[in-house]
Write a protein that binds this ligand. Structure first.
Ligand code: HEC
Ligand code: HEC
Ligand code: HEC
Ligand code: HEC
Ligand code: HEC
Length: 392
């Protein structure tokens, strides 16, 4: 006998749907290998890593292991701001996606070690199905010894296995990476709705969990497979992923620079992800002596050269730009669409004889991070998507 629960939807006042069960998986495990409260029990990722070390090593550096408040200071700063403005319940609600184990255990103070891991192995692999939920991921979780995954012929040790078609589908990911809500609720930090691909002609997993030929685990007697999916979930923080998103080309005629942005191998607008991601073309013009004489912007492209930016600007009812947790609508959306080529015309000063053009990626606009007092370069430093040089 097992238990099934729906991950909480506290704002909607939906109580946990508890089944009856006698067999609590974790009670048969060493005390420190897993933790649980009330209805849920989750194993420590390191326990899974004993047999699945490669997958563990990928996951442990991925954003999914770093999503909880203690590991992501940017997330925590925004969450504190939301808490100040809208109260502690609103701040708890963030955890249903960012620290789903803490939310499932209702461990709001992170007393359990397992809660601090963010989105961990035993969370994703205990998902048995989904139940529609407007604001929160509606995962059905079973705390038992069966791990759900992509194979129909797994021969596991230490646990049982069950084929789960859901895990191979985009909608598994989109339950958290879901549409930004429109209507009475404020817009969220996510943007799944932009993804034109909801039909799995190419799933999120194909690009974000590419297959490799290797063994699923180190257990003796296990053969290699061609379709062992990587657990890195590269996004903009992955240099290769970022470079494949877009490229630029440039030419100069009569002091006018024409920069063409070309969308790369993408399934969603660029930049994808939270509405505060920002991409911008920066031009550094030099004179005949190689001195930089002009830039199209210096510190904040959204304020200084919005035409050179690919981004969304969110607004409140009155049309004033506001951060996502207060936003009711999109004021402007200039992100690069899949398949799009876009040309910008930029007037250069007459003394310019050369220029360097960079396509830069910001996790968030500099002014936004400054306002939150985030100074860690891992968040503030822009990354280069592509760059080129011209002289004449
Ligand atoms: C965000 C959810 C998520 C997390 C966290 C996660 N997995 Fe997975 N895992 C998946 C999905 C989805 C697949 C199947 C991918 C597919 O079919 O395209 C998978 C596949 C697997 C497989 C089958 C072999 C393979 O790599 O395809 C194993 C084993 C596995 N995961 C173990 C783990 C372990 C161990 C951890 C923690 C170190 C972990 N997973 C963390 C979602 C997750
Ligand atoms: C004692 C070793 C061991 C431990 C510990 C272990 N696994 Fe496994 N796991 C295996 C083996 C062996 C397989 C089968 C590999 C194969 O058939 O190629 C497997 C397969 C899987 C699969 C694929 C299931 C399917 O049908 O697609 C998933 C998912 C998985 N493990 C997740 C986990 C998670 C999550 C943990 C931690 C809670 C974990 N494993 C801990 C040995 C282990
Ligand atoms: C339980 C909710 C949840 C599920 C399920 C989930 N994700 Fe995530 N994912 C997140 C959160 C939250 C973050 C942001 C973590 C952070 O940066 O602090 C994230 C980050 C990412 C990133 C990296 C974003 C970045 O900023 O670098 C990628 C790519 C990604 N997820 C893809 C996937 C894919 C593909 C799947 C399905 C196999 C999936 N996710 C399933 C919640 C989830
Ligand atoms: C054709 C390949 C492809 C497919 C399919 C795809 N993505 Fe992406 N995705 C990318 C690339 C390349 C990037 C890096 C550019 C960027 O950050 O916008 C990216 C970025 C992201 C990011 C942003 C990471 C960040 O740093 O903020 C998220 C989140 C994401 N993808 C989620 C998804 C989800 C969810 C799906 C399925 C609905 C999906 N992707 C399908 C290629 C793909
Ligand atoms: C429905 C699930 C969900 C909820 C609820 C949610 N988030 Fe997110 N959040 C995500 C996902 C998924 C990402 C990764 C980017 C993406 O997919 O667009 C993310 C990314 C972020 C990031 C960027 C992290 C980084 O380092 O790049 C911040 C900051 C953030 N969210 C803050 C919040 C705050 C604060 C709340 C509560 C008010 C919240 N989120 C509620 C799913 C959610």
């Amino acid at each position: 006998m097992r238990k099934t629960w729906l991950i909480h939807a506290s704002v909607l006042g939906i109580a946990l749907l508890a089944g009856v069960g006698l067999l609590l998986f974790s009670r048969r495990q060493p005390a420190r290998a897993s933790s649980g409260r009330g209805a849920y029990f989750f194993k420590q990722p390191r326990t899974c890593g004993q047999c699945h070390p490669e997958i563990f090593n990928e996951w442990v550096t991925s954003r999914h292991s770093l999503s909880a408040p203690a590991a992501n200071p940017f997330f925590e700063a925004v969450r504190r701001r939301v808490s100040d403005e809208s109260g502690s319940q609103a701040a708890r609600d963030c955890l249903s996606c960012h620290a789903p184990v803490a939310a499932a255990l209702e461990d709001w103070d992170f007393e359990e070690r397992i809660s601090r891991w963010g989105i961990s192995c035993d969370f994703c692999h205990s998902v048995t199905g989904m139940q529609a939920s407007l604001h929160f991921p509606g995962f059905m979780i079973r705390s038992d010894n069966i791990k759900r995954g992509p194979y129909g012929d797994a021969n596991p040790r230490g646990h049982q296995a069950e084929y789960s078609e859901l895990h191979t589908r985009s909608r598994f990911c989109l339950e958290c990476h879901r549409d930004m809500l429109a209507g009475p609720a404020p817009l969220g930090c996510v943007s799944g709705a932009d993804t034109p691909i909801h039909d799995d002609s190419i799933s999120c997993q194909r690009c974000h969990m590419p297959a490799a030929r290797r063994k699923v685990c180190t257990t003796r007697g296990i053969r290699e497979r061609d379709d062992v999916f990587q657990h890195r979930w590269g996004g903009s923080r992955d240099r290769e992923m970022l470079r494949q998103a877009a490229s630029l080309q440039a030419e100069v005629r009569d002091s006018t620079l024409r920069v063409t942005l070309r969308s790369g191998f993408l399934a969603h607008p660029f930049p994808a992800g939270p509405p505060f991601r920002l991409v911008a073309v920066q031009v550094h013009a030099q004179d005949a002596r190689g001195q930089t004489v002009w830039r199209n912007w210096t510190s904040d492209p959204l304020l200084e050269a919005p035409e050179a930016a690919c981004a969304r600007v969110l607004a409140d009812e009155g049309g004033r730009p506001v951060p996502f947790w207060r936003a009711q609508r999109t004021l402007r959306d200039s992100r690069l669409l899949p398949g799009e080529n876009r040309t910008l015309e930029i007037r250069l000063p007459p003394e310019a004889r050369a220029c360097r053009i960079e396509l830069l990626y910001f996790l968030a606009p500099p002014s936004f991070l400054e306002d939150l007092d985030i100074r860690d370069r891992a968040f503030t430093e822009p990354r280069i998507v592509d760059e080129t040089e011209l002289s004449w």
